[in-house]
Write a protein that binds this ligand. Sequence first.
Ligand code: FMN
Length: 195
Amino acid sequence: MDNLKIKIILGSTRQSRFSDKPGAWILAEASKKEEVSAELLDLRDYPMPFYDDSVSPAMIKDGAYSNEVVKKWAVKIKDADAFIIVTPEYNHGISGVLKNALDSVYAEWNNKPVCFVSYGSVGGARSVEQLRLVTIELQMAPVRNAVHIMGGPWNLLEENGKLKSGAFDPYQKSVEGMLNQLLWWARALKSARKQ
Ligand SMILES: Cc1cc2nc3c(=O)[nH]c(=O)nc-3n(C[C@H](O)[C@H](O)[C@H](O)COP(=O)(O)O)c2cc1C
């Protein structure tokens, strides 16, 4: 079976973030799939400037972005067959750092599927709805199923900040459905990109 490269993007870079907990969990879940090689992309490792270029990323060819960090980011995005975005909800929207990372490159996102793991008081549903619109404009294919971790992340942590045991167990079925849809699209679009 063809190898599918899945990149998992952490949507928060703030100190004491929750993002890395669902990130580590979904990395482990995706890695269980035989055909998948999954990699975590931490935006802390890609400190891109707030987008300020004179030309739109949509005009840039062959990864020739002017900023060196953006160039490295573009190489990683180009390497992917599919994405899982782990997203918080900030003021009913997505984080600034995630939007900036999405805006900073263009062609490398095109014709690839994406799915979402979100969290917040209503499971990050509002940030995922925004991401669906943004990723369509990047010519991506957002899949229907998502994992919405409900009830506020603060309720899933022990007093010492560690994740409560079994905190993500209720989402085992929804993660399976989401990954199956992502892999279907990843196979189909990988084949189509070769034509
Ligand atoms: C600036 C800011 C705005 C927030 N707005 C929302 C919100 O609109 N809805 C929500 O469910 N949680 C909101 N929260 C709470 C977050 O769900 C919670 O802090 C979560 O841990 C943020 O993700 P992170 O820790 O990975 O950065 C907000 C948090 C911050 C810092």
